[in-house]
Design a protein around this ligand. Structure first.
Ligand code: MN
Length: 236
């Protein structure tokens, strides 16, 4: 059958008013048999509905912080930059994808956006708000090198894909899931208890990861298996 088309939410350079994309995302989708399609930054309901119908799956990419107002908090001084236009597009698109049961993979900002769109909240800054042994959730480059462990639940779709209870991941986030959205379950946590992978049960494929499998993709078969499961689900 035809290759599945995977819609990617666009990155936006606010200073230069330009859409852009990291080639790693495109490469990971293409190499696992999907056709990557970078979506426009629209906030129009009808346009988003049309785009949702057009694509077979959606990759929610990394990017700036989600506006704290969307989870009913004031912006703390340690919150990062935001992009309300991406928030709007991605929340509309996520709701469409859930309704249509089209496969969703969220990466970094993607897992956070998914959680907020479904009624969860975020830590606005891990160093400021999370106590305990400090793990390098915001690593220095190079980014294709794993820096911390995640511990995987055995009854989760992540375990079904990887068949392991522990793996090393890269990490480039200063925010994290605080309260988990009611429809979501946690599939993996870091040593300090933060959610590193969430999923929605009873969906074809609906997962968010806090790490960056698109950076680890080349040398790492786990990242390839994750993308493969996502793109295969979009094929069905
Ligand atoms: Mn991390």
């Amino acid at each position: 059958m035809a290759k599945p088309v995977i819609g990617l939410t666009p990155l936006y350079d606010t200073e230069r008013e330009r859409l852009w994309m990291r080639p790693n995302y495109l490469r990971a989708v293409a190499q696992t048999g999907g056709v990557p399609l970078v979506l426009p930054l629209t906030g129009d309901d009808e346009d988003v509905a049309a785009l949702a119908g057009l694509c077979d799956g959606f990759l929610f990419t990394g990017g700036p912080d989600v506006h704290p107002a969307l989870y009913h908090e004031e912006t703390m001084r340690y919150c990062g930059s935001i992009n309300p236009r991406r928030d709007r597009l991605e929340i509309l698109l996520l709701n469409q994808a859930v309704q249509l049961d089209k496969p969703v993979l969220g990466i970094c900002r993607g897992i956070q956006l998914i959680n907020v769109a479904l009624g969860g909240s975020l830590y606005q800054d891990i160093p400021a708000q999370v106590q305990g042994e400090p793990i390098a959730h915001y690593q220095q480059p190079p980014y294709d090198v794993p820096v911390h462990n995640v511990f995987i639940e055995k009854d989760s779709p992540l375990y079904s894909i990887l068949h392991k209870t522990q793996m090393m991941v890269d990490s480039m986030h200063h925010q994290a899931v605080k309260s988990l959205a009611p429809q979501l379950r946690c599939a993996a946590r870091s040593q300090d208890g933060l959610a590193e992978c969430v999923y929605m049960p009873d969906k074809r494929f609906f997962m968010g990861v806090q790490w960056h499998p698109e950076y680890l993709f080349e040398p790492d078969s786990d990242s390839e298996d994750l993308f493969q499961a996502f793109v295969d689900a979009a094929k069905e």
